[in-house]
Design a protein around this ligand. Structure first.
Ligand code: AMP
Length: 210
């Protein structure tokens, strides 16, 4: 049983590292961003309410996201653990986990500077069919496979420059206080998100004693 939180600014590689890490450990990656994007696509009431916030890079209100996350972690595939990718993003969200007695084993803090984040996010693309993340920047990780047609990839609206700037401000103001929150609880471990994927996976295994 391993309940993990991946904490860090957008573009720090939380999703990419999760995708790679869950190949080895049999627990699901739960991204509230992905859950919200599905709700938007499905046109549900929640999706309609969330869309405006997401497009501008603002956080979706806590009550909407907390309900969505709690519903997801109650599912059977979470019984042996999970990685929360992009949740919690505010102190009230973290407090809601504690109030629901969701035990967290470790919080991995992906540390990265703003200029690197801006560059990475502007190159990020999503594979339409699978949801997998690629990066079209020179040397970007994961590189786009040579045989992949560029039409198969799309850029998220909130990875466009105006929204990126706002998401960073939102992260520093509303989410970064969680670093101190989890440090106080003795749960925090920091990885240097500037690194390539293999050293980050090694650092992660080290932290988790795997
Ligand atoms: P992400 O894919 O994690 O970058 O999330 C994309 C967008 O979804 C964010 O910019 C927010 O608008 C919204 N979102 C995702 N997770 C949360 C959360 N835990 N709290 C509030 N908003 C969220």
């Amino acid at each position: 049983m391993m309940n993990l939180i991946f904490l860090g600014p957008p573009g720090a590689g939380k999703g990419t590292v999760s995708q790679r890490f869950i190949e080895d450990v049999n627990i699901p990656q739960i991204s509230t961003g992905d859950l919200l994007r599905s709700a938007v696509k499905a046109g549900s009431a929640l999706g309609l309410e969330a869309k405006g916030y997401m497009d501008s890079g603002e956080l979706v209100p806590d009550n909407l996201v907390i309900g969505l996350l709690q519903e997801r972690i109650a599912k059977d595939d979470c019984q042996s653990g999970f990685i929360l990718d992009g949740f919690p993003r505010t102190i009230p969200q973290a407090e809601a986990l504690e109030a629901a007695n969701v035990k967290i084993d470790k919080v991995i803090n992906f540390d990265l500077e703003d200029d690197v984040i801006i560059k990475r996010l502007s190159g990020r693309r999503i594979h339409k069919a699978t949801g997998k993340i690629y990066n079209v920047n020179p040397g970007g990780i994961p590189a786009v496979p040579a045989d992949m047609n560029p039409d198969e990839l799309l850029q998220r609206d909130d990875d466009k420059p105006e929204a990126i700037a706002n998401r960073l401000v939102v992260y520093r103001n509303q989410t970064e206080p969680l670093v101190a929150f989890y440090e106080k609880r003795g749960l925090l471990a920091t990885v240097d998100a500037n690194n390539d994927l293999p050293p980050i996976i090694i650092a992660l295994n080290d932290i988790l004693g795997l």
